[in-house]
Design a protein around this ligand. Structure first.
Ligand code: DC
Length: 663
């Protein structure tokens, strides 16, 4: 996840490959509860790992369900046909609405001595309409705090099933979902009818519930959207195995990506055209705009069809969330696109009509808006602006505008507060970068070099963290090469140059955070020693070895950008890097810092000797014939002798920002 203040997307040129999307939250928690109510075991594949599902799993365990977790596959052994716990149980629901509502209903219909609590915010989220319906049915439920809100205490019910159960449909469709999932527990001998009071909102979510109930053997009769009947004799039956579909709204960004980007197409794994989620109908709208889409049971493949895309006018009431993605596709169309019947945009995470209009205008687009519609005009080449997109703590705004990076003018796009995508898709940008591509010249590199012990590694990795960029510690590559050479029985001298170079050319090295792995073995400590540094120095003067490591170093230049630290980063490896920094801390200062470090680690050290060592090493490094230590011609010098690390990071960020101006 990118938890940086902003994320700069370089201009993107194409996309191809496979993305596997995270499972849908709504489906995950429904499937867990339904599996728990069955007899026998259900293997649930591709379950979403999120706060809400963890809450549900914990509650099911408390009830005595078998829960075995193996990655995203969870095996549930249900309670069907077994005794429910007789002792008092207190459940903690966190802030998980998708667990609180259906569990309240199931526990109340089954009966017991149960208390349901949550975080303070959960105690402000209404549940009165559901409790009213359950009480009507004969359930025993008491409010432990404010009437109408959790926490709740549930007792034994005296079910009265002879009349229809009324439930309000205009506050949250989750109340109806909760009843639909709980009532089959009581439908052995008679039909049970539910009647919706008021206009039912979010019908697509009720469709998901009905679909899943059918998978678990419950065939609910639906009469319009007002009356639902659970037939007598209904019994939960495990489907044995079930796959949780990927989130269809999340899929919209990659469907759009396939329609916009040049390449061999995008394959989305985890959701198909026969999805039970309403937002999957986004694919029809995307196809209308020009996308070529084919689909199988659990996948979609999208390719660019019409280009430019075709402007459309569409009633978007059935796909309110995914329709936002159409607004960004509209920038790439041949005429205006009007999205109608989107009044609900105004009351979501933010006023999404205002947000989409404001941010599209920043990019240069002409946009008109009304109370429940928006018209976006295409943005021709030569008119795209470098914009910093405000995201309003709205995951969808952030994901939508990432698609603006494919603009014809090759301008980068800044996404503010990128971590807001965590609401539904924490690794959205990682997924985007795994399929998007662009010319290497578009991927920014910042080079940082300086004498030994100048703190360049710390500075480079901190700046990388602030920008969400990759980090290349090139010194580590020389250290690992030397280590591998010694392991292979080679000397580090010129006589073995060719053999060491051969090793270096296909070095099985991997970086995992601070750890360096060679052939999957952790060699971090071994290569970080003084001896490791000396060995690295030896192999680093062998021209064939330097040449052999060039390709590996280039391979670190990946989206969204790179911080490269080391000797020849700005001169040889990335000569056209847009920012190069050369540290110039004095030997006295560096000796003092190293002294502190060593003392902290419990080593004894002499500051004068350290300083003499450093000066000797500087002299050697500067005068050596192969890759001497010297600043690139266009490097900015940073004397960090009297700067804290934070101040040095700040200075590099100021330099970088001055070269990356966004409106
Ligand atoms: O930065 P460091 O201490 O990990 O570097 C180890 C040795 O490798 C040091 O002698 C400099 C050399 N080196 C190099 O020649 N070229 C680089 N790009 C990085 C390091």
């Amino acid at each position: 996840m990118f938890s940086t203040a902003f994320l700069d997307l370089p201009p993107l040129q194409g996309a191809s490959g496979v993305v596997t999307l995270p499972g849908s939250k709504s489906i995950s928690n429904r499937v867990l509860l339904l599996s728990a109510l069955c007899q026998g075991t259900t293997v649930v594949h591709d379950l979403l790992d999120s706060d809400d599902t963890r809450v549900m799993l914990a509650a099911l365990r408390q009830l005595g369900c078998g829960v075995e977790i193996d990655g995203t596959t969870v095996t549930i052994t249900g309670l069907g046909g077994r005794a429910w716990p007789a002792e008092a149980i207190e459940f903690f629901m966190g802030n998980a609405g998708t667990a609180m509502r259906p569990l309240t209903a199931a526990l109340s219909v089954q009966g017991g001595d149960f208390t349901l609590k949550g975080v303070p915010r959960m105690h402000e989220r209404p549940i009165g309409d559901l409790v009213d319906a359950l009480r009507e049915l004969g359930c025993t439920i008491d409010y432990l705090g404010n009437a109408g809100f959790p926490p709740l205490r549930i007792g034994q019910p005296q079910l009265q099933l002879n009349k229809p159960i009324p439930v309000r449909g205009d506050v949250s469709s989750q109340f109806l979902t909760a009843l639909l999932m709980a009532l089959p527990l009581a439908a052995q001998n008679r039909d049970i009818a539910i009647e919706v009071v008021g206009e039912l909102i979010s019908k697509p979510y009720i469709e998901i519930t009905l679909n899943l109930l059918a998978r678990y053997g419950i065939a609910v009769e639906r009469h319009g959207w007002e009356r639902f009947v659970i037939p007598a004799g209904s019994r939960y039956q495990s489907p044995g195995t079930i796959h949780v579909e990927a989130d269809a709204s999340s899929a919209s960004y990659f469907i759009a990506l396939g329609a916009i980007a040049q390449g061999d197409g995008i394959r989305i794994q985890g959701v198909g055209a026969d999805s039970i989620q309403g937002d999957i109908r986004f694919m029809d709208a995307a196809a209308q705009m020009g996308a070529k889409i084919i689909s199988g049971p659990n996948w979609l493949e999208i390719q660019r069809g019409a280009w430019p895309l075709k402007g459309i006018t569409l009633d978007c009431n059935h796909i309110p969330d995914a329709a936002m993605t159409l607004a960004v596709m509209a920038l790439y169309a041949d005429g205006p696109t009007t999205l109608r019947n989107i009044a609900s945009w105004r009351v979501k995470e933010t006023d999404r009509i205002v947000a989409m209009a404001t941010e599209s205008r920043k990019l240069g687009a002409t946009v008109e808006e009304g109370p429940d519609w928006i018209t976006i005009h295409p943005l021709p080449a030569d008119q795209w602006q470098r914009a910093s997109i405000h995201t309003y703590d709205d995951h969808r705004v952030a994901m939508c505008f990432s698609l603006a990076a494919f603009n014809a003018d090759q301008v980068p796009v800044r996404i503010e507060d990128p971590q807001c995508v965590a609401k539904t898709f924490p690794d959205y940008f990682e997924a985007l970068f795994s399929v998007a591509h662009t010319a290497a010249t578009n991927i920014p590199v910042i080079c940082i070099d300086g004498p030994t012990a100048s703190g360049k590694g710390t500075l480079a990795s901190r700046v990388a963290a602030q920008l969400g960029y990759h980090y290349l510690d090139s010194g580590a590559l020389y250290r690992v090469t030397a280590h591998a050479a010694l392991q292979a029985g080679l000397t580090l001298e010129a006589t073995d140059e060719a053999a060491i170079a051969k090793l270096a050319r296909s070095l099985p090295v991997r970086f995992e955070g601070e750890q360096v792995l060679l052939n999957n073995v952790d060699v971090t400590d071994a290569i970080r020693s003084e001896q490791g540094g000396m060995n690295a120095s030896k192999v680093s003067v062998l021209p064939a070895v330097r040449e052999a490591l060039v390709q590996l170093q280039h391979s670190f230049q990946r989206l969204p950008g790179l911080l490269a630290d080391g000797r020849d980063m700005g001169t040889v490896i990335f000569p056209s890097a847009p920012l190069k920094v050369f540290l110039t801390a004095s030997a006295a200062q560096r000796a003092e810092r190293r002294h502190k470090q060593l003392i902290l680690k419990g080593f004894s050290a002499n500051i004068d000797a350290l300083r003499a060592d450093l000066e000797a090493r500087d002299a050697r490094d500067m005068s050596r014939s192969v890759a001497p230590l010297k600043p690139a011609q266009d490097a900015l010098q940073l004397d960090n002798s009297s700067l804290t690390i934070e101040a040095s990071v700040e200075q590099v960020m100021v330099w970088w920002q001055s070269r990356q101006v966004f409106t």
